[in-house]
Design a binder for this molecule. Structure first.
Ligand SMILES: [Zn+2]
Length: 325
């Protein structure tokens, strides 16, 4: 075992509600050789192991050499993983309703055994991904707060959590759109949609959970609007949070974008994983003109407390500065 393998694997876990720009952010970070972005590992059990969906590289999961190496290294091959057992374990550990329990300082012996076994599956995958690529940090964009809470119980894992927030009205607009999932090879499937009120509840619950986690783990908060306003500064800040040295090469993609950037071996995420074109960071403000007035009113009111906290008030709210995490 090499020195890198014997050390605790380090993961930058991207948390928050989906449609907050995490796929773009992880692709940007993954352009550096010392960062390995693996997408949303929480969906690996069903979408990759179960449905053999396409990896971000374009290959099906079973045909992707990276994921086959990871499976070999982590478990002695994916066939050794009992998917039904993992899904049952996931249900007992990794659900939003379990967060109050996972936030406590102690667990019953049965609960502790479950959460440690569940977190160990991820730790093994992170370690294997680092070994397969020689990277120093793995980025998991799973986002669910319940998984971040489970990982805080992991043994031998260096967990750093990025709490990504975006204006709730932009998030609600995005969840209302019908988007085809290009990773599905057999037939056609669409990303789920949620009503403005459902999005408001999810947005508030996820953000509240990451504030709770911040007292128990290393958490850095980042607004999507600040990321898109200053991508280079964001990359520098995140690399520093992840314990990585400043790397001018990591920023080159922003000033001199290659025609075809590196496509990460990612599980699930935004369809832009498959676009293959140059990566451009641009704030998507379509919601300002396209989110219906009534939906906007519902979301604005239902998410008011955290919108105030994050500086998302009024028409120009997204441009205001905000407290540091
Ligand atoms: Zn792949």
């Amino acid at each position: 075992m090499s020195a890198a393998e014997s050390a605790e694997p380090r993961v930058l876990f991207v948390g928050g509600l989906g449609r907050s720009g995490s796929t773009l952010l992880e692709l940007l970070l993954a352009q550096s050789a010392d960062v390995c972005a693996v997408g949303e590992v929480v969906h690996l059990w069903e979408r990759a192991l179960g449905a053999d969906e396409r990896c971000g590289c374009g290959e099906r999961f079973t045909a992707c050499p990276f994921w086959q190496r990871v499976g070999e290294h982590a478990f002695g091959g994916w066939s050794a993983v009992d998917r039904d057992d993992v899904l049952a374990l996931k249900d007992r550990v990794d659900r939003t309703r379990h967060i109050p329990r996972l936030a406590k300082n102690s667990l019953s012996p049965e609960q502790l055994a479950d959460v440690r076994r569940y977190a160990d599956l991820y730790t093994r995958i992170y370690r294997a991904a680092l070994a397969a690529t020689g990277a120093r940090v793995v980025v998991d964009s799973s986002k669910h707060a319940s998984l971040a809470f489970a990982l805080r119980w992991a043994e031998g894992l260096d967990l750093r959590v990025l709490h990504l927030v975006r204006d709730s009205r932009a998030v609600a607009y995005s969840w209302g759109k019908q988007v085809r999932r290009p990773e599905v090879v057999d037939g056609e499937d669409f990303m789920p949609t949620f009503s403005p009120f459902e999005v408001s509840k999810l947005w508030t619950a996820q953000n509240a959970a990451f504030h709770l986690l911040a007292a128990r783990a290393q958490v850095l908060r980042l607004r999507y609007e600040d990321f898109t306003a200053d991508p280079a500064g964001t990359v520098r800040r995140l690399r520093e949070f992840a314990g990585l040295p400043d790397d001018p090469e990591a920023l080159r993609i922003l000033t001199d974008p290659p025609a075809s950037p590196f496509r990460a071996h990612s599980i699930a995420g935004n369809p832009l994983r498959f676009s293959g074109g140059p990566l451009t960071v641009r704030r998507d403000e379509a919601w300002r003109s396209r989110l219906p007035r009534r939906s906007r009113a519902v979301v604005s009111l239902a998410t008011l407390p955290f919108r105030v906290r994050y500086g998302y008030l009024g028409q120009r709210g997204s441009d205001e500065s905000v407290e540091k995490a």
